[in-house]
Design a protein around this ligand. Structure first.
Ligand code: NAD
Length: 484
């Protein structure tokens, strides 16, 4: 299969927070890979802007080191790296001060796409937005990219939206959720809406339940005190898991266009039922595997913040009434694995006598590792021993099915940044979507805070607290195993 890379228009991309961790690990290496692939046209420029005093050369060295660390050796071609570095510039700027802004204004070109990546703390969004206008750096065609967290409740999200709206139209604002940039997540839409096969079965009549799992092996050490103010519900469920749930549950949009897709996602969020306390399990990992427990990592021995959460979520609409969506996410779990599993109901009547080994069809969408889609179907066990059935996977792992191109799936960040330059907002969250997601999340958090609930301890390297198993057992179901 021939890889098709369509170059975007020439651009000037300013990365506020260009010396930060996210820029170093994701944004800059991602841009380099797009440059190498031929998607980022020559003459495009990336301008780092951060508080650190350094000149252009020092920034180029900083980026060269980041590429050494975060780009696979096979992709670091010296000549290409040198050309990429040539397109880099740097301005020392204080988001809250006046210095550096005139210099930045002087660097920006009028005849290219202008984009501004706010890879800084959300508290600085307003200051940067304001100065971009005050100094005549941004105009009505410019785009801004903002990082998570987008607020910590509906009120703060609303305020952030209002701050940005003072200077930018909604069509210029790209709220990033990197889960939406994953190849398989977009494939979820392709599988649903480009095939006749699944959509007729995609409802409560045929789907028994859905499981969404985002499991991590890392703890919160290093950013424990920051994480402790957030927790798994705010850090993962309100954004990433909610977005995945929306893509599974939404109605087909009439076109694959930003507002058509986002309107449908918003309807799902608004149809989510409140979650009863007995349908929520929160957990905190304990010390183990030679690592400290959550309380030590968070530097807060009295913390009631969850590093794990499992929820049973119901959607009150015609399509999904009665089909539970079980969500879970946590740190220091058995394996790093993210997947969506759609379990279909059993056939209404079995013509086979076999009672054991009978399993339902499951469509598994793996987000990481090994992105791919896998459909479990029942077939006849080979051989002459009568009609015995067994379950086998119909596997579509991209690396195999798509050859070289499949093996070289762009990282979510690089795809999304290219979408910003293209001006395509489909895979970005709209302001009302984020607020609606918080409107669902807020009362759930407020209720457990009011009850003074303590998270259940769980051992590091396991699947989470025992109570989470019970959440499904009570319904006669089981979680899928967490494994890579
Ligand atoms: P960081 O602390 O590593 O870097 C912050 C950057 O902002 C630095 O370049 C710093 O110089 C700059 N900065 C700080 N104050 C400034 C000011 N007053 N004026 C100008 N520049 C200033 O942070 P990070 O981890 O890179 O995160 C950046 C943003 O991205 C945050 O909002 C974070 O929540 C979000 N985020 C980060 C990650 C990640 O993996 N690091 C993942 C998702 C979201």
């Amino acid at each position: 299969m021939v890889s098709r890379v369509i170059p975007v228009d020439r651009f000037d991309l300013v990365i506020f927070g260009g010396t930060g961790d996210l820029a170093r690990r994701k944004i800059l290496p991602g841009l380099y890979r797009r440059f190498l692939a031929g998607q980022m046209p020559e003459g495009s420029r990336i301008i780092g802007a951060a508080r650190t005093e350094m000149d252009r050369e020092a920034f180029r060295n900083f980026v060269a080191e980041a590429l050494d660390e975060f780009v696979a050796p096979g992709k670091r071609e010296a000549a290409v790296v040198a050309r990429f570095l040539e397109g880099l510039d740097y301005v020392a700027i204080d988001a809250r001060g006046e210095g550096g802004w005139d210099a930045l204004a002087g660097l920006m070109r009028k005849d290219v796409v202008r984009a501004f990546y706010f890879s800084v703390a959300p508290a600085l969004f307003g200051d940067i937005a304001e100065r971009l206008h005050q100094f005549g750096i941004a105009d009505g065609d410019s785009r801004i990219v903002v990082e998570k967290p987008f607020g910590r409740d509906r009120d703060s999200a609303r305020k952030l939206n209002a701050v940005l709206a003072r200077h930018f139209d909604e069509t210029q604002i790209y709220r990033i959720d990197h889960y939406l940039g994953k190849e398989t997540v977009q494939n979820l839409m392709a599988v649903r809406f480009a095939n006749i096969l699944f959509e007729p079965l995609w409802n409560a009549q045929y789907v028994d339940h859905v499981q969404i799992t985002v499991a991590e092996t890392v703890g919160v050490g290093g950013r424990g005190s920051y994480y402790d103010k957030s927790g798994a519900m705010r850090d993962m469920v309100q954004n990433h898991l909610m977005q995945l749930l929306c893509l599974i549950a939404m109605e087909p949009p009439n076109r694959f266009e930003p507002d058509a897709v986002r309107d449908e996602k918003l309807k799902v969020i608004r149809a989510l039922d409140p979650v009863a306390p007995e349908h929520i399990v929160r957990g905190q990992y304990q010390a183990g595997q030679g690592q400290p427990g959550y309380l030590a990592d968070a530097e807060n021995p009295a913390s009631r913040t969850e590093s794990y959460i499992a929820l049973k979520v119901q959607i009150s609409n015609w399509r999904w009434k009665g089909t539970p969506f079980y969500l879970r996410t946590g740190k220091r779990l058995r394996a790093r694995a993210s997947e969506i599993a759609i379990t279909f109901k059993e056939p209404p009547h079995s013509i086979f006598e076999q009672e054991e080994g009978w399993k339902e069809n499951v469509l598994v969408i793996r987000l990481q590792p090994n992105e791919g889609i896998n459909l479990k179907v029942m077939i006849k066990e080979p051989g002459p021993g009568g009609m015995r059935l067994t379950q086998v996977p119909l596997d579509m792992s991209f690396a195999e099915a798509l050859g070289e191109e499949g093996a070289d799936i762009p990282d979510a960040y690089e795809r999304l940044i290219m979408d910003v330059i293209r001006g395509n907002q489909t895979l970005f969250m709209r302001g009302d979507e984020v607020e609606a997601a918080w409107a669902w999340t807020d009362p759930i958090i407020a209720a457990w805070e009011a009850r003074g609930d303590r998270p259940k301890p769980y051992d590091a390297g396991t699947s989470g607290p025992e109570d989470a198993l019970m959440l499904l057992h009570r319904d006669g179901r089981r979680w899928r195993e967490i494994r890579e």
